[in-house]
Design a protein around this ligand. Structure first.
Ligand code: ADP
Ligand code: NI
Length: 220
């Protein structure tokens, strides 16, 4: 069996029971566009696909904040398949650097392949699915849908971002609406812009309903 398919099967089995917004379907929704963006950008297809498949293999949010678990696990899986050291290194680098770490924290990718995978991952945080994932994660983490008493924070450090609280709606201001301006590739940016507009509409409708200003019957 080709390497990419083999790793895909392993990742799929591992993610079968995950419901926090990180599930096999998220991986698939990153894998497909990553392949397409990678082809448009002239990136190495094997590294792009392995990076997409393994990018969330052990997210720090679910391992007590340990950011090394993911890269280590990715390396272990690839080495077990006898993958060339240069490919392992390229994929591990993607897994180690892909994450969003706060509004004020730059997260540059060190390779073209990484840039493509990061864009594909970020696209899945946007649009209708991005909205659904935000509230799914918020519920999982015990957050309110919206907490008007806790304003959004443009986190200056990864540490502050990780420990931040507040309602899920804050996440739009702290991450989701900022992603459009942080896309790496032209093809990724075009899709991001469409999904961004959709989310802006959602947020303004959400707040109008919250305040009761969406209804013409308001004020009776
Ligand atoms: P990704 O898999 O796109 O890298 P993350 O691992 O950061 O994203 O988070 C998984 C999903 O949960 C994403 O859609 C993300 O935007 C969302 N999410 C992360 N942190 C929060 C939060 N504090 N509140 C609400 N949603 C969040
Ligand atoms: Ni992801």
């Amino acid at each position: 069996m080709p390497l990419v398919e083999k790793i895909a099967g392993q990742v799929r089995a591992r993610f079968a029971a995950e419901s926090s917004g990180h599930d096999w379907h998220h991986i698939e929704r990153v894998w497909r566009p990553a392949r397409r963006i990678g082809a448009a950008e002239g990136a190495d297809s094997e590294v792009v696909q392995l990076g997409a498949l393994l990018h969330d293999i052990a997210d720090w949010k679910f391992h007590g904040g340990d950011e090394q678990v993911g890269p280590r696990e990715a390396a272990r899986l690839l080495q077990a398949e006898g993958v060339a050291a240069s490919v392992v290194e390229a994929v591990v680098d993607i897994v180690a650097t892909i994450s969003y770490k706060g509004a004020g924290v730059a997260t540059p990718m060190r390779s073209l392949e990484g840039a493509c995978v990061q864009d594909a991952d970020r696209l899945d945080a946007l649009g209708a699915i991005g909205i659904a994932r935000c509230f799914a994660y918020g519920g999982h983490a015990g957050r309110l849908l919206h907490d008007p008493d806790t304003p959004p924070v443009l986190h200056a450090t990864a540490e502050a971002y990780k420990t931040g609280r507040g309602g899920s709606l804050n996440h739009f201001y702290e991450k989701l609406l900022l992603l459009k301006g942080r896309m790496n590739t032209a093809s990724g940016r075009a899709i991001a812009e469409e999904r961004h507009r959709y989310m802006e509409g959602f947020v303004s409708q959400f707040l109008a309903e919250w305040r009761g200003t969406d209804s013409t019957e308001d004020g009776r």
